[in-house]
Design a protein around this ligand. Structure first.
Ligand SMILES: Nc1ncnc2c1ncn2[C@@H]1O[C@H](COP(=O)(O)OP(=O)(O)OP(=O)(O)O)[C@@H](O)[C@H]1O
Ligand SMILES: [Mg+2]
Length: 253
């Protein structure tokens, strides 16, 4: 395992209209594992995630500094192909956002866009992505049904399948289970646990128990500053920073 395969922030900062949202963050996200990003509301968690596939690109007033590499590639370089980057780096949001199309078309969307896959091959790509997203058995007989007819948890796994169909190396999830019931949450967690075998997974969560049980490593942000990063089993039991202890014991945030 080499760190060049993961995601590396080096003295990375982000501002919105001159106000800092991330301050000098240096953080290495290990490949083939789950890293949890925790912190109070407004601490920069989503900004950190969105930076990786440059989602805030083009926002007037948004400014970035420092280095950010995905599998060794400088993704902030002016020549970066943004659509290629967003295929390598898949994103799943808090509220599942399937397109108003069929289940099949949602998953086929990315591969069709790049015309990487055509004809009957697309069926295999869709099936494979749905299987990897642990959704195939539930939807195989209704692939033409509108995506919105799925349950919230199924829709969230559909969004994972849609990302997986692009064969990403990094999967970003921003509070993916906050709108799910306990059962849907367990299904998604089990899925992520499986997927970490060949993906770099970053998950933002407000659920500290989820971070502790699911992630190998955890990073705490407070006011845009990386306070502490380390093995989750250590960080949640023996935090080194008093602010981490305050946060995980619920004394602030
Ligand atoms: N598009 C934007 N325009 C202006 N300011 C923004 C924008 N997006 C984020 N910010 C600001 O950047 C800071 C960090 O926001 P961010 O969304 O990253 O926080 P967060 O940790 O994800 O919070 P939450 O837990 O509430 O989702 C906040 O002060 C926020 O107001
Ligand atoms: Mg957020």
């Amino acid at each position: 395992m080499t760190t060049t395969e993961g995601v590396v922030f080096e003295r990375f900062s982000a501002w919105f209209d001159g106000t800092p949202a991330l301050v000098n963050v240096s953080l290495t996200i290990q490949p083939r594992s789950i890293t949890a990003i925790i912190g109070p509301s407004g601490s920069g968690k989503s900004t950190l995630l969105r930076a990786i596939n440059r989602l805030d690109e083009g926002l007037p007033g948004a400014r970035r500094a420092g280095a950010l590499r995905v599998a060794g590639d400088d993704v902030l370089a002016p020549g970066t192909d943004l659509s290629a980057l967003r295929q390598r780096v898949g994103m799943v949001f808090q509220r599942s956002n399937p397109f108003p199309r069929s289940i099949f078309d949602n998953v086929a969307y990315g591969p069709r866009l790049t015309s990487r896959t055509q004809g009957s091959d697309i069926d295999d790509v869709v099936e494979d992505a749905l299987r990897r997203a642990a959704l195939w058995e539930e939807v195989r007989d209704r692939l033409d049904a509108p995506a919105h007819t799925l349950s919230a948890g199924q829709q969230q796994r559909l969004c994972v399948a849609r990302a997986l169909a692009n064969r990403p190396t990094v999967l970003l999830l921003d509070e993916p289970t906050s709108a799910l019931d306990p059962q849907g949450t367990v299904r998604l967690e089990e899925l992520l646990y499986e997927l970490q075998r060949d993906l770099t997974i970053l998950i933002v969560t407000h659920n500290l128990q989820q971070a502790a049980r699911l992630s190998r490593r955890t990073a705490l942000l407070v006011d845009g500053v990386l306070i502490e990063e380390g093995a989750s089993d250590r960080l949640f039991t023996h935090p080194t920073d008093s602010r981490t202890e305050a946060f995980i014991t619920g004394r602030f945030g």
